[in-house]
Design a protein around this ligand. Structure first.
Ligand code: NCD
Ligand code: ZN
Length: 344
C-alpha cells in the first residue's frame, strides 16, 4: 500500500479567490499547495479588461504569504460589449492567458455575462488569432431546461458550433459534470476539460438524499452516479485533455445555509488531498501527477513546474469553519476525515 507520494507541485486551472478581505484567507490556502492558478474573473465588479485584470493580479500578489512564490494567471470576463481590441490588449499583457464565457445568469456573479453567444464571433476570432484560451461555463440558462440537463443542452446548442467555427481556438470545458461533456472533449481537437474534486467524489444523493446539504451545492449541480463514474474514468485515464481545476468557490457559511443558498464549494483547504483520495480509491495513484501537474500547463503551453510536494497517508479533519473576513467559511467535506495530508 502506498503511504507516501511525491509529485511535481500541481497547479489549479479553475479557482475563485474573490477580492478584498477574502484574499487574506483564499490566497494562502491555494498558495500552500499550488504553484499557479487560473483566477476566475467573476468578481462583483467583473474583470472585463486588461487594466482591471492587472490591478486584481497585484491585489492577489499583495495577499500572498511572505515566503510564497504562488503565481496567479489572469482571465477576462466576456460580456456582450467585449471587443476584439479588448482581446488584443489582454494578450499583449502576457499575464492574461484566457477569457471566460459565462452565459448571463448561469452562476454566481454572471449577470454581466453573455446574452447572445453568436455575437461573440469577432471576439473568438481575435482570441484564436492572439492565442487566448476560451474557458466555458457550459450550461444553458433557459428555465424550461431541467437543471440536470443544462450542460448537455449547452454542448448541443452552442459548444458544437463554436468548436466547428473556430477550429484553432483552444477551449476548456470548465468543471465538466456529465458523460456527454467527457465524450465531447474526447471527440474534439484543441479541447480539454477541468474536473473538480466534488464532482469526482460525490453524486446528487450527496446533495439531496437524507437532508439537503448546502455545502455540496455548486454549479453545474452534482449529477447522478453514472456521470460521476464517467468523470472518474476520464481523470484516471491518463488522457491529457483532462486536468485539475478545483472550482474552489468560497461563500460565507450563512450565504450557503440560507433559504436561497449560494452555489459554490470551498475546496482549496484540501484540494490535492481530495483528488489523491479519488485516485487512490481507483488504484490509480500513478496517474495523479499527470492530471495534477503536467496536462494543464501542457494544454496552456506553459512550462511545467519544477518544485515538488509530498503527500502522506495521514488522516486529518478540517475544522467546521475558517474565518473569512468578518464572517466564516465552511469547508467542503468537513464532516469526515481526509485520508491524505501534505508533508510539511
Ligand atoms: C462559482 C462561484 O461561486 O463563483 N460557483 C459554483 O457553484 N461553481 C461560479 C462557477 O464557477 O460556476
Ligand atoms: Zn468556477
Amino acid at each position: 500500500m502506498t503511504t507516501q507520494l511525491t509529485i511535481i507541485k500541481p497547479d489549479d486551472w479553475h479557482l475563485h479567490l474573490r477580492d478584498g478581505e477574502a484574499l487574506s484567507t483564499t490566497v494562502a490556502f491555494t498558495a500552500k499547495q499550488f504553484q499557479r492558478a487560473i483566477v476566475m474573473p467573476n468578481l462583483a465588479q467583473p474583470i472585463i479588461n486588461a487594466e482591471l485584470a492587472m490591478a486584481y493580479k497585484q491585489r492577489i500578489l499583495d495577499a500572498r504569504p511572505t515566503d510564497s512564490a504562488f503565481q496567479p494567471l489572469m482571465t477576462l470576463y466576456l460580456t456582450d460589449n467585449t471587443t476584439a481590441d479588448d482581446i488584443k490588449q489582454a494578450s499583449e499583457s502576457n499575464d492574461i492567458v484566457a477569457a471566460k464565457l459565462y452565459p448571463a445568469g448561469a452562476t454566481t456573479n454572471s449577470s454581466n455575462g453573455v446574452t447572445d453567444i453568436d455575437k461573440l464571433a469577432p471576439v473568438f476570432t481575435a482570441m484564436q488569432k492572439h492565442g487566448l484560451l476560451l474557458l466555458v461555463h457550459a450550461e444553458v440558462t433557459d428555465n424550461s431546461v431541467d437543471i440536470f440537463d443544462r450542460e448537455q443542452v449547452f454542448i448541443d446548442k452552442h459548444l458544437n458550433t463554436i468548436r466547428r467555427d473556430f477550429p484553432e481556438l483552444k477551449i476548456v470545458l470548465e468543471h465538466a459534470t456529465t458523460k456527454q461533456a467527457i465524450a465531447f472533449v474526447e471527440a474534439n481537437d484543441n479541447t480539454a476539460a477541468t474536473l473538480t474534486p466534488q464532482h469526482l467524489l460525490f453524486n446528487r444523493n450527496d446533495l439531496l438524499a437524507g437532508g439537503i446539504r448546502p455545502h455540496n451545492y455548486c454549479l453545474p449541480i452534482l449529477k447522478r452516479e453514472t456521470h460521476r463514474l464517467a468523470l472518474v474514468k476520464a481523470a484516471i485515464s491518463g488522457n491529457r485533455k483532462f486536468f485539475l481545476g478545483t472550482d474552489s468557490a468560497p461563500h460565507t457559511s450563512h450565504a450557503k445555509e440560507a433559504s436561497c443558498g449560494c452555489a459554490g464549494c470551498f475546496t482549496a483547504h484540501a484540494a490535492i488531498e481530495l483528488y489523491t483520495e479519488v485516485f487512490e480509491k481507483e488504484n490509480a495513484l500513478d496517474k495523479l501527477e499527470g492530471f495534477s501537474s503536467f496536462y494543464g500547463p501542457d494544454f496552456y503551453n506553459l512550462p511545467r513546474n519544477k518544485s515538488k510536494i509530498t503527500l502522506i497517508k495521514e488522516a486529518w479533519k478540517a475544522p467546521p469553519n475558517y474565518s473569512f473576513g468578518d464572517h466564516t467559511l465552511t469547508p467542503f467535506r468537513q464532516e469526515t476525515s481526509l485520508n491524505w495530508s501534505i508533508s510539511q
